[in-house]
Design a protein around this ligand. Structure first.
Ligand code: SAM
Length: 457
């Protein structure tokens, strides 16, 4: 192979993998995965942010290679702690300094060797080729070969010794979840993060019928859960706007408003619109506010397909003014640690220090939500976070500072009888280990918090 040597990699600046040089079958997908991993770990750039773009190196890949790059990337983050620990064991002197893209290439190869159905020789060979393409990493091609062969030989032992909480969860999160939920539940959360996420649909009506037609199951909560991930747009009912993709837990908060015809409801952080759609289906007059015009474009497209209507407003909810609404939904920006199973990179991007800024913003948004609601009206506050400061703590602080607000407990029958998802105060607290089904693919929920409040009449 005569690689077309790229320039500008390795040496100074953050380490990036080499650009795609698809000179060997399968190499391009590995390089694309390495690039995605480096962007997350070097620049804290969430994979979701790349999804709407050309996906960097993945842009030139065919559908199969792109799917493989995504699988490698996802499992690399799902099991990053185990992968790093295993690599560390065979890199006797640690990762060499100034080694260009070496680390990303090793992670990509280790992910295949440990977790994917890829022949060992292919994973190792492509890693060595990728190493040689990068001037910074190239001197370490023999090391890559040796480390990966050792790792493949020790595979069974590595997997048997890997712990979901201690190895595959960043230490600060493991510590917090232990403190908040206890050791057994923290472990169950981390265990649930190992599996691929579920594919849940929110349907306009007839969940049983759609479950039958699409080969899924109708959950007690009203969502339809499908067995496997498929090309969504090709499924029956998509083009007709009969359903949209939304985790079963994310479908719950909007329902707690019990919206209906004649009600004016505002969704203050609305885009891309899963919860606004839930509100609009009820016949309520919905105002969908978000500060991101880009994300509201997605809401508009979703609403058009679903044949739903909403007044769409690009605005910062902190300064948004309108006549008081009958009800307000605030799905506040948060650390998103409840979505790690769906977005495993989130675990490695977030920092403990991010929390206080978010908590402060949520608290201000919550005050604004109350001000925008008429006396006697309902406010539902929710976050897709497992961190109590963004959920239970936020509501406790609000009730202390604002005597005009009371909590209206949520009843189990409003959420499909899921008692395990309600706390003693009548707040919703779903965890990734809740709602166990017959297989991992049919099990679990995003981690959500929701509380229902009333502005006193
Ligand atoms: C958790 S997402 C909302 C998801 C949405 N509710 C759904 O179900 O599809 C949080 C949203 O809050 C928006 N946001 C953050 N700060 C905001 C602010 N000050 N005013 C309005 N929107 C804001 C973000 O742009 C983002 O779209």
């Amino acid at each position: 192979m005569k690689p077309n040597r790229p320039t500008g990699f390795g040496g100074r600046g953050p380490r990036r993998p080499p650009p795609v040089q698809p000179s060997a079958p399968g190499l391009a997908s590995r390089l694309a995965a390495a690039q995605a991993i480096s962007e997350v770990l070097n620049f804290s750039r969430a994979l979701e942010e790349r999804a709407g773009e050309a996906e960097g190196a993945a842009a030139s890949l065919d559908a199969r290679d792109r799917a493989l790059a995504r699988s490698i990337t996802a499992v690399s983050f799902r099991r990053l702690g185990t992968i790093r620990k295993a690599l560390g064991r065979f890199l006797e002197r640690g990762l060499p300094k100034r080694a260009g893209a070496l680390e990303w290439v090793l992670i990509v190869a280790a992910a295949q060797l440990l977790f994917l159905d890829v022949p060992d020789h292919a994973a190792v060979d492509l890693a060595v080729r990728a190493t040689r393409l990068d001037p910074g990493a190239a001197p370490f091609a023999a090391l890559v070969n040796a480390v990966l062969r050792n790792l493949a030989r020790a595979r069974d032992e590595i997997l048997a010794g890997s712990d979901p909480l201690d190895d595959d969860t960043p230490h600060w999160l493991a510590q917090r979840w232990r403190a908040t939920y206890g050791d057994a539940t923290a472990r169950a959360i981390a265990r649930a993060h190992r599996d691929e996420p579920t594919l849940d649909l929110s349907v306009k009506s007839d969940a049983e019928g759609w479950a039958r037609r699409l080969g899924g199951i109708a959950l007690a909560t009203g969502s339809v859960r499908l067995e496997s991930h498929v090309a969504i747009a090709e499924l029956e009912g998509y083009a007709e706007g009969e359903w949209w993709v939304q985790d079963a837990a994310a479908a719950l908060p909007a329902r707690l408003i019990a919206a209906g015809p004649g009600m004016r409801v505002v969704d203050l952080c609305a885009a891309p619109g899963g919860k606004s759609a839930e509100l609009a289906i009820s016949g309520a007059k919905v105002t969908a506010v978000d500060r991101s015009a880009e994300r509201l474009k997605r809401l508009a497209i979703n609403f058009e397909r679903l044949r739903l209507e909403a007044e769409i407003v690009v605005a910062n909810a902190l300064v948004f003014e309108a006549a008081p609404f009958d009800a307000t939904l605030l799905d506040a920006p948060c650390s998103a640690t409840g979505t790690i199973r769906r977005h495993p990179d989130v675990a490695w991007i977030k920092r403990q220090g991010d929390l206080s800024t978010l908590v402060e913003l949520q608290s201000r948004l919550l005050d604004r939500a109350i001000a925008l609601t008429r006396p006697g009206g309902t406010i539902v506050y929710c976050t897709c976070s497992l961190e109590p400061e963004e959920g239970e703590g936020q509501i406790a602080a609000l009730l202390r500072r604002n005597p005009d607000v009371r909590r209206v407990p949520i009843e189990a029958q409003e959420i499909g009888g899921l008692d395990e998802c309600l706390n003693a105060a009548g707040e919703l607290r779903t965890l990734p280990c809740h709602l166990q089904g017959p297989t991992p693919r049919l099990s679990g929920l995003d981690g959500f918090f929701a509380a229902r409040l009333q502005r006193k009449p």
